[in-house]
Ligand binder design. Structure first.
Ligand code: UDP
Length: 242
């Protein structure tokens, strides 16, 4: 029997930091990008799951970096959105290297390098088996790519969001597992728990959008090899928030 996906259509959120090199100060580790691309392409083909990726830009620029250095916040945020386009192009090239047709749709128009974000076009690409990468966040300053993942997932009628972590923590814990050895990982929690316990999973705008649109989030460690197909295939890893 062919393997079945956890959700037929998903948004995978990959932070910019996850693409950065841990061994050097390079902003991007080609090996990591290639490994993720291979796992996404493999899952797309083996499970038939429709995958849209939202990439962050934190490995290159974050809005707050500039805002702290006397740059106005809006300008700094636009710089952050452009950073996500750089990551998106790298991921697209890597996916194509694995033979996976891919389209980058940018929320800031950049006709020479990416298609403009058009909701119906994104959905059509997914139906045709292409991987879609959403670049430039949602095109507005004062937002994050986590919020973008929630927004795009609701728009394209995805059934869930996969939120990859890169800090070595493989889900949501009762306390910080790096500080408290008794901390335990939740297999499943509700949105209200995230609010009430102020759990730092995604920013509150993103969590609120997911709750209001009944979009479950699987928080999992994207840095462990093989975890993207495991998460997409419904294996019991990470923490499911719903
Ligand atoms: N950003 C923005 N609007 C968006 C998405 C992102 O202004 O809709 C900016 C914001 O400055 C953010 C930066 O782009 O700090 C990079 O995105 P993010 O921090 O979400 O990336 P990640 O932490 O996932 O690498």
């Amino acid at each position: 029997m062919p393997a079945k996906p956890r959700w037929p259509r998903v948004v995978l959120k990959v932070s910019g930091e996850a693409l950065a090199s841990t061994a050097s100060d390079e902003t991007m580790d080609a090996g990591v990008v290639d490994r993720m691309a291979g796992e996404i392409a493999d899952s797309r083909n083996r499970l038939g799951v429709e995958i849209a990726v939202v990439v962050g830009g934190g490995n290159i620029w974050r809005g707050l970096t500039g805002a702290n250095a006397n740059l106005d916040r809006a300008t700094s945020d636009y710089m952050g959105m452009l950073a996500t386009v750089i990551n998106a192009l790298a991921l697209q090239a890597a996916l194509e290297g694995h033979g996976q047709p891919t389209r980058t749709l940018s929320a800031i128009q950049m006709a020479e390098v990416a298609e403009p974000y058009i909701r119906r076009r994104a959905m059509r690409h997914l139906e045709k088996g292409r991987v879609v990468i959403f670049a430039a966040g949602n095109g507005n300053p004062f937002f994050t790519t986590d919020t973008t993942a929630a927004l795009r997932a609701a728009e394209i009628e995805a059934q869930g969001i996969l939120k990859g972590t890169h800090s070595g923590v493989d889900g949501v814990y009762s306390a910080d597992p790096k500080l408290d050895p008794t901390a335990t990982r939740y297999e499943e929690i509700g949105f209200m728990d995230v609010f009430n316990r102020n759990l730092q999973v995604m920013d509150m705008t993103a969590i609120t959008l997911c709750r209001d649109n009944k979009l479950p989030i699987l928080v999992f460690d994207v840095m462990t090899e093989g975890n993207i197909p495991r998460a997409l295939g419904g294996e019991p890893i990470g923490t499911l928030i719903q």
